[in-house]
Design a binder for this molecule. Sequence first.
Ligand SMILES: Nc1ncnc2c1ncn2[C@@H]1O[C@H](COP(=O)(O)OP(=O)(O)OP(=O)(O)O)[C@@H](O)[C@H]1O
Length: 695
Amino acid sequence: MLQDGLVAEYGAVNDLMEKRALVYSLIQEYGVSEPASLATSRQITPSGSTVNLATAQMACDIGDSDIQRRRSTLNSMPPISITPTHRTGQLRATADSGQGTLIMKEVSAAGKVSIATYMDYFRASTWSSWALFATGMTLSQGFLVLSNIWLKVWSSANDTRMRDGTPESHGVLYYIAIYGMLGLISAVFSYTQSIVLWSVCAVRCGRATHRNMLDAVLRSPMSFFDTTPLGRVLQRFSKDQTSVDEVIPRTFGSWLQNLVSIVFSLAVIVYLMPAFGLMIIPTVLFFFYLKNHFLDTSRMLKRLLSTTRSPIYSSFEETLAGVSTIRAFGKSDSFIAENLQRLTANHRCAYLLLAMNRWLAIRQEIVSALIIFVTAMLGVISLLYGKADVGVIGLSLSYALQNTQQINWMLRMEGDLENSMCDYVRVQEYEQLTPEAPDVIEDNRPERSWPEQGMVEFKNYSTRYREGLDLVLKGISFAVKPREKVGIVGRTGAGKSSLTLALFRIIEAAEGQILLDDEDIAQYGLFDVRSKLSIIPQDPVLFAGTVRENLDPFNTYSDQDIWRALEHARLADFIRTKDERLEFVVTQGGENFSVGQRQLICLARALLKHAKVLVLDEATAAIDPESDAIIQDSIRKEFKDCTVLTIAHRLNTIIDSDRILVLDEGQVAEFDTPDALLAKEDGLFKQLWARANEN
Ligand SMILES: Nc1ncnc2c1ncn2[C@@H]1O[C@H](COP(=O)(O)OP(=O)(O)OP(=O)(O)O)[C@@H](O)[C@H]1O
């Protein structure tokens, strides 16, 4: 037994019981006396006067919510199969579950990226910014070509002067000055287009797509998260978003730069050496053939590369989350093997993609060499026949060299651009996810004071987790009176948690209604409904931030209110031991708090909000019996004016409720006062109670 971080007692339970020290008094007080006293008050005879070892063990095992929850399930329920629920289990099945597949297969799109997708991309980063970029690019390339032409003019002038022996009409400075000026103007435009590309186009598009995708994912219904592995979502926000932020602007910018440069230089060469024009047509046709052949395959490979990457992320994330379980079961090797298998599938695509690039490069290099050879031959023939100017031949040769490289590069960029656009398509797909109901329906908002009474009524209500699955709540009808305290019980899988999810509209109705003070909650926006209810969930959720931010995220309560809530939740003393007090840092997921303390923070949050309807979903499962009793007492006092729905596996926590709702296979089996239910022969609750006490 641990006390204040020290081992207070250690030994076999029977020895410790004989010692009659700490363990003995703990068990006497909470392991036996509480159910016994409750049972006595309800005229139920406990199973025996000897110490119940299961209960004793339960009382000692405080701190591990999962174990606690399962033990409590065992104590109060008939034999059942215990499996991690969707809330606790991180492991996901890829097999079929019932009619629907649990994890949807990630499909890779096929075929070319459509023009509409490109249009959408340009729209996202605004047409005006792209127009500005294209103008800057064209002017920069134009002035660069002009500066080269100027060199030719300069060399021709020198040539003529030397041949004819005429005096220099302009000095060297004149030519250099104009050449420098042209270069400078080109550099200014080049600088401008770079700024526009990276600071305007890329930023606008990146910001818009990220915001839309984040909004869409955050507003997705639960079915999306049930069917989508986290790794897949992570990939959209990391790898795919990086493509949109960096790769697409870079490849598109480079592609356009090469295109403009090629068009300008070809125009110049054809003008200066018309025979070269004959070469252009077959060359361009051949490059187009190469491009199409290359792009069809590389596009598909790139998509396969993306779809085989997500399972690596998912399995890595799941393996890390369950590493202790994997080691405990000695399954490390099979997880390593699975991981390697996924890596291999991904590497296969990456390797083939590299091979494809080499395939293209070799063909391009051969054609380029051919072009240069033909241009040189054309130049030699022109010189032989004395028709050509040396400057013209020099310029044509230098452009032929440059052009072939540019055509090569342009094709590469086109391939890369199309491949990166596949990532944009994936981002786009997430931008268009079907959202859950709107947060607020402006022309239909509830009264500020709603719900004044706290009456909750389910009317012929049915729901399922998503299309294609069976109903989990089947036509249930019951009404909870204002300020009533109702305990909800049932076997595992009976639908207790689904009932609370339905109340918060995490899952929507397939049929029927839920009324809060006689108003259908489905008519209001989700924010308006959820902000009127409080829940202390089974898995307490804390956010990275401070204690204050966790308790009062919208900064609406005074310090005094927050401390009062902490006092009632029995957490104030602990927070006072911290130097930072309310500013004490809560790490991601509340890892620096014990599970029980996290539940207490959630309780304090609910106490602070003081909603008219409070749902406790096994809220004190991870708290020791002593604190549990105090907290139950706090809840009774603080929420005496509120309606409280308590889901419990430990039946003794809800036995003093006003009424008890017993669920069975998604239907209401019984709903009455505890006395009436216990008096009912063959009643389900009576069986559960008897079973709980047997243990
Ligand atoms: N995310 C989900 N997707 C599909 N089906 C689900 C999901 N969560 C729960 N279910 C199904 O809904 C039914 C009711 O589950 P629910 O979690 O409401 O039961 P419960 O009574 O709260 O069980 P427990 O006491 O174990 O928490 C079960 O058959 C379960 O398989």
